[in-house]
Design a binder for this molecule. Structure first.
Ligand code: HEC
Ligand code: HEC
Length: 325
């Protein structure tokens, strides 16, 4: 009898383990939508791609010898392999999302692109590593995601091949729980509701993802927006700032004007006069995109950040000596 129970238990464990390893992500078929590519849509999509959500920042070859890491000319949407110094679990390679038919999204349907962005499933049904912020983009309104696709369709093809992402065990198994189908229509928040609109922008811009310290890939509880997450590339290191409304260590003492000026100040840089990157100014903060947000958006972002929990956490954003890896 005892042996039967043991055997039954073993079968259950093996069954569970097999399911856990073999299971696919939670997914729905891609919609058959064909998005309208009006000029207004393309312009809105460009704002999301290059400024608000800075898709280009993760998906393109960049020149980190210069402040802010501008895109390498001709490589917009090229795909890239992230440097191992970032400490990610495996080879993480945001793919080519240009219109190249072989290497990019040229042959994908509009519905397949929307599903990847909001639901985290690639064309072939594979779960995407959730560093691609699809859990945030799940809230991207239908209007915005369709505008984004209209813009992506207007981009030139870039011939640049990157090897596929290869996530280490066991993260590769756990991450299959991340994708989720988006049910029904997603509407944009009312712009007149400043906090709801600010929250939406903060989510689309992934502020919290970068500004919250992580342990084993998970945000540390109670440390939301309190900064301290390291970002390393060869030779350089920066820690995200505390942008919670703590008065002493965060932005609690900042006026709205100071906040806006911080972003607008970077508008003085052009491709020609961008400073050389040094340890004291090295950053992955998408200043070069976010600096162009309209004042109205920056104000809504500031208003929302003022409502999150203040966390006392002093961060040395640019330590003078880069840690040994
Ligand atoms: C923080 C970095 C980051 C940002 C920001 C980001 N992505 Fe990604 N994206 C990734 C990574 C990493 C992958 C690959 C994941 C994988 O293969 O498991 C990916 C995958 C994708 C894919 C799937 C491509 C394929 O071949 O499977 C699409 C489409 C995509 N991203 C579009 C976008 C768009 C559009 C935006 C902006 C709204 C965006 N991404 C913003 C990191 C990012
Ligand atoms: C890709 C990661 C990343 C994203 C996304 C990001 N930040 Fe940052 N941010 C950083 C890092 C790293 C720093 C510190 C280096 C610097 O100041 O440039 C920083 C600095 C800042 C600072 C300067 C704080 C100070 O004390 O000077 C502000 C303000 C800020 N971020 C706000 C935001 C907001 C608001 C968003 C979303 C709209 C955002 N960040 C998105 C990484 C990020």
């Amino acid at each position: 009898m005892k042996r039967m129970i043991l055997l039954g238990g073993l079968v259950a464990v093996v069954g569970f383990a097999t399911w856990f390893v073999m299971r696919g992500p939670n997914m729905a078929p891609a919609s058959s939508i064909q998005v309208d590519r009006s000029e207004a849509r393309v312009a809105r999509g460009k704002y999301i791609y290059a400024e608000l959500a800075h898709c280009e920042g993760c998906h393109s070859e960049r020149d980190f010898k210069k402040f802010g890491g501008p895109l390498v000319a001709g490589m917009d949407g090229s795909g890239i392999v992230f440097p191992k110094e970032l400490g990610l679990p495996g080879r993480i390679a945001p793919p080519n999302i240009s219109q190249d038919p072989e290497l990019g999204l040229g042959r994908w349907t509009d519905g397949e692109i929307i599903r990847a962005i909001r639901e985290g499933v690639s064309r072939d049904g594979r779960a995407l590593f959730p560093m691609m912020p699809y859990q945030n983009y799940a809230n991207m309104s239908d209007e915005d995601v369709e505008s984004l696709v209209a813009y992506l369709r207007s981009m030139p093809a870039v011939k640049h091949d990157v090897p596929p992402t290869k996530v280490d065990f066991p993260v590769n198994l756990f991450m299959k729980s991340a994708p989720r189908p988006v049910a029904g229509r997603v509407s944009a928040p009312d712009r007149a509701d400043r906090l709801a609109y600010g929250k939406y922008l903060v989510s689309m811009a992934s502020c919290e993802n970068c500004h919250t310290k992580k342990e084993r890939g998970e945000p540390v509880e109670g440390m939301n927006y309190a900064g301290g997450e390291p970002f390393r590339i060869p030779g350089f290191e920066a820690f995200s700032a505390n942008i919670s409304p703590d008065v002493e260590t965060g932005i609690g003492g900042w006026s709205e004007e100071k906040f806006l000026d911080k972003f607008r100040g970077y508008r003085n840089f052009t491709d020609e006069n961008l400073p050389v990157a040094v340890q004291a100014n090295f950053t992955v903060m998408p200043w070069l995109g976010l600096r162009n947000l309209p004042d109205d958006d920056l104000k809504a972002i500031f208003a929302y950040l003022k409502t999150v929990k203040p966390v006392r956490n002093k961060v040395d954003v640019h330590p003078p000596v880069v840690s040994k890896l």
